[in-house]
Design a protein. Structure first.
Length: 434
């Protein structure tokens, strides 16, 4: 193998570290190191001598560590073996980063899980050549920007996700408002990422978050933007969500033909929607509430649905619009699932918690266990079905089905007078054939 007399960099510009192809060198070899570069000599896997920019002649004076290791003789052109790495120490300011898939983050302002995409770029410089080569480059022939991005992709994704979530929670802002905080977020992520890169001999010069966006077609994003649009509309018109709900309640009461003052409330709703919900609607609504209340003001009752207090005798709750009499009746007979104890509506067909079918008592409406013979709440005796035709046996003590004549009463043993089941063939007490 030929002995090399000239060593210089001949790799591409985007490379952070490049290894000279040959390892057979000689004393008095000319080493040329360009500006913003460093040359590092390796022997036996150890980083020894480091050369800065300029032209260097390899002899025992400027490679003392390598000389002491391989014991070069003085004088003459003595060959020796060593690896030479060129490290690019220029500032690389256009290294790209980004999230290949959206990351799920809970919006701290609205509590909705939103998929978030983010991308940007950062600047980096090799600060410690020996540490960079030993910890990161290893035995590869070269180390470029693409390799750097691939190696640190997991780091940037983790740091970006955690920092972004913590930043949003700390600031209490929505994902949709992040465009106004990109500079602060960029500095925050840079401060948290720089110490990690320093362990590999790299210096993080800057870090930029160019954009934080959400997919426009995601259902959570559509729901969030719709809610914000409705809120903006309320702010422009001049009312809030509570007032909007009050308007909906009054409109529902006006549509109820049995509600007192329905005509007045209907006129108020129409006038309010047509004239910007002004003072005229407020007067109409106040008159409607007075018309609905038909009891002395000194007596107060609480709505079982929403808990609001109103005058006793009021037919509809002025807060939620529910009929008070019907709500009171439902409150008196709370129906609970016989399996899990969850409150159920009288109109329900299945338990909303465990899905058990609703089996109502004919008298009080409580949910009965399957196969129950009496209601545990009111004691009502449930009719049993005929084993043969299924007809209801609604009278106790029947011995024969009134529909098909099948024997349903107890069968007495002629020997010991013991009551047995109607279908029994032998006595349970004495074994007599029946």
């Amino acid at each position: 193998m030929a002995i090399i007399d000239l060593v210089k960099y001949s790799g591409p510009n985007s490379v952070f570290a490049w290894k000279f192809p040959s390892e057979e060198l000689s004393t008095w070899t000319q080493l040329i190191v360009n500006e913003s570069q460093e040359a590092v000599f390796f022997k036996g896997g150890r980083a020894l001598d480091v050369f800065g920019p300029g032209r260097h002649t390899l002899d025992t004076d400027n490679i003392p560590l390598l000389t002491s290791l391989i014991r070069l003789p003085f004088g003459g052109q003595s060959p020796f073996s060593a690896e030479v790495w060129f490290v690019n120490k220029a500032h690389s300011l256009d290294v790209k980063w980004g999230t290949p898939t959206p990351i799920q983050i809970q919006d701290p302002k609205f509590g909705i899980m939103v998929p978030v995409r983010s991308f940007g770029q950062f600047g980096i410089q090799v600060e410690n050549s020996a540490k960079f080569l030993a910890k990161l480059v290893g035995t590869t022939r070269q180390f470029d920007q693409e390799t750097l991005t691939r190696v640190f992709r997991g780091l940037f994704l983790t740091k970006t996700k955690d920092t972004l979530a913590q930043y949003l929670v700390k600031k209490g802002i929505s994902i949709l408002e992040m465009s106004a905080y990109l500079d602060e977020l960029s500095d925050h992520i840079r401060d948290r990422t720089a110490p990690f890169l320093a362990e590999y001999g790299l210096k993080l010069l800057n870090f930029f978050v160019n954009d934080v966006s959400v997919p426009e077609d995601d259902p959570a994003v559509i729901q969030l933007k719709g809610a914000l649009a409705r809120k903006a509309e309320m702010n422009i018109i001049g009312y809030d969500y509570t007032q909007q709900r009050s308007f909906d309640v009054l409109e529902g009461a006006a549509k109820n033909p049995g509600g007192a003052g329905a005509a007045v409330m209907g006129a108020g709703i129409g006038l309010g929607m047509g004239a910007g919900l002004g003072a005229a609607f407020g007067q109409q609504a106040a008159g409607a509430a007075a018309a609905v209340s038909i009891a002395p003001p000194g007596q107060r009752v609480r709505c079982p649905a929403c808990g609001a207090e109103t005058a006793s005798g009021t037919r509809f709750c002025p807060s939620c619009g529910k009929p008070l009499q019907q709500q009171a009746q439902q409150a008196q007979r709370e129906i609970r699932c016989d399996k899990c104890g969850t409150l159920m509506s009288p109109d329900a067909r299945f338990c909303p918690n465990c899905g058990d079918p609703y089996n109502p008592c004919p008298k009080c409406g409580q949910d009965l266990p399957k196969g129950a013979t009496s209601c545990p709440s009111c004691g009502y005796a449930l009719p049993t079905p005929c084993p043969k035709c299924g007809a209801a046996l609604d009278r106790p003590g029947l011995k024969f089905c009134p529909s098909c004549g099948f024997a349903v009463g107890p069968k007495k043993c002629p020997k010991c007078n013991t009551d047995n089941a109607p279908a029994a063939k032998f006595c349970l007490n004495c074994g007599q054939k029946l």
